[in-house]
Design a protein around this ligand. Sequence first.
Ligand SMILES: Nc1ncnc2c1ncn2[C@@H]1O[C@H](COP(=O)(O)OP(=O)(O)O)[C@@H](O)[C@H]1O
Ligand SMILES: [Mg+2]
Length: 234
Amino acid sequence: MLEIKGLDSGYGDVGILHNISLSVSDTEMVAVLGSNGVGKSTLMKTISGLLRCTAGSVTLAGKDITGLPPEQIVEAGLVQVPEGRHLFNGMSVLENLLIGNTAKHARPRQKELMEHIFELFPVLAERQAQAAGTLSGGEQQMVAIGRALMAAPKLLMLDEPSLGLAPALTHQVFAALRELNKQPLAILVVEQNVSLALATCDRGYVIEDGEITLSDDAAALRQDDRVRKAYLGM
Ligand SMILES: Nc1ncnc2c1ncn2[C@@H]1O[C@H](COP(=O)(O)OP(=O)(O)O)[C@@H](O)[C@H]1O
Ligand SMILES: [Mg+2]
């Protein structure tokens, strides 16, 4: 579904990512792991077209999307849930969801997509008229995920969905992602909670200092001494 080859990216003259190659198959849920400041969000932003890469290529479902503007990347089926959620706090849950329904292929499916989101997150159906800013952090994350799903993505990308959430809600969000992944929906998720990410995802990539230094099945990464020491506190 997603194939990234030799990607370099950064800000102005400052190179942050070097030679990143990674893939996500149609049925996979894949984690990107790493400490603060190693370039995970930079990678998400580069893949979704918010930042321009200086080398390499990004292919989605066989289509070269390298360097396309963000809205065309959404049209192609790659949708990001940004770090910090970025909801319109004064607007209702329903209005926030509808904002995500912009992709051409998704618009005729608005009702069906909305019903599916309410099935996945019943609390959003109950609160559809409530202002997004008055929801709990977990519910806001559900709205952000729902908004991305309204674009009927082929690949869903999330940047730190657990940030600021209580553990129970984090588990609920990851259970929902796993449920979505079974549809199937390809998922690429950046997560600081390495233990949870490796318990939920099929595979993972570890980024250090802008480079991928490890990649393997989640089960193998859980057993890896470097991962255990650096990220699992063992
Ligand atoms: N808008 C920006 N301008 C310049 N440098 C940035 C910007 N955003 C992030 N950086 C730098 O890029 C590096 C990687 O940041 P980031 O991708 O946000 O890391 P992570 O998401 O892994 O915590 C850091 O050194 C950070 O200071
Ligand atoms: Mg980040």
